[in-house]
Design a protein around this ligand. Structure first.
Ligand SMILES: [Zn+2]
Length: 258
């Protein structure tokens, strides 16, 4: 079975996945067990919301990946063909180990059984320890849809009897990253040292940020705007710039490190 292949259910017990024989497409790097995987409803979401943290981890030798749930084909600017090239370029800049696309329909990302099985199959293939997902408060329907979809997929990926191919996999921790809504972070990550790389990774998505501003996120000012937010979180964390996350479960810490 190819990487990402989907095991067919026994006769009479499906098929949820129909004729599909591959859950995802690799656009950069190699399929391999990852330390961190960030889910992005559209190309560039991961860079904008969690890019500094992902870059820091990659620079520290961690295996980091991004999975786009859609190709962003309904975006006003760019085409899927152009955007996938931009994704590969950004992946190289960030030092990612793997980047893939799930190929769900842009504008229709939601918690369905079919989509959850495909995402679960992908989780089993790249086996992340930490999964970073959009926050459920995001105002974009694809973003909160991605959050709810991820919940079902994380559950399915660990079930012995889920017909999604590959060996069961349990994600150790889920973190929520910030989109277009205020959040109450439970952890902050210092990203001052990776500002230049982070900006370059975002601007690699040239089709989105080189033209006229058309929304709060599709604007040449995106780096400036998000850096201002990082400055705010940085103030709370007593560093210059920080990215904010919410942990789904309580973090166990060494009290001596506090
Ligand atoms: Zn998005």
């Amino acid at each position: 079975m190819p990487a990402g292949g989907v095991k067919r259910p026994p006769e009479g017990q499906g098929p949820i996945l129909g004729r599909m024989n591959s859950a995802f497409e690799t656009v950069y790097g190699d399929v391999q067990p990852l330390d961190w995987l960030c889910l992005a409803p559209h190309p560039d979401d991961a860079e904008i919301g969690a890019g500094g943290t992902l870059i820091r981890l990659a620079q520290a030798g961690k295996k980091v990946g991004i999975l786009e749930l859609s190709r962003g084909e309904k975006g006003t600017q760019g085409t899927p063909e152009v955007r996938v090239q931009e994704c590969a370029r950004a992946a190289q800049i960030m030092g990612l180990s793997w980047r893939g696309q799930l190929g769900l329909v842009d504008g229709e990302i939601m918690d369905t059984a079919k989509a959850a099985h495909r995402l679960a199959a992908t989780l089993r293939a790249v086996r992340p320890t930490v999964l970073v997902v959009p926050h459920f408060k995001d105002r974009h329907p694809d973003h909160f849809g991605a959050y709810h979809l991820s919940k079902r997929a994380v559950h399915l990926a660990q079930l012995q009897k889920a017909y999604v191919g590959g060996e069961p996999h349990r994600v150790s921790r889920v973190l929520l990253y910030q989109g277009n809504a205020d959040i109450t972070p439970t952890l902050l990550v210092d990203v001052e040292g990776v500002q230049e790389v982070w900006a370059a990774a975002i601007l690699a998505h040239e089709s989105q940020f080189a033209g006229a501003a058309i929304s709060e996120t599709v604007t040449p000012e995106i780096v400036e705007r998000r850096r201002a937010r990082q400055g705010y979180w940085g103030t709370l964390g007593r560093v210059r710039y920080a990215e904010a996350f919410e942990a789904e479960t309580a973090l166990l810490v060494d009290p001596e490190a506090l």
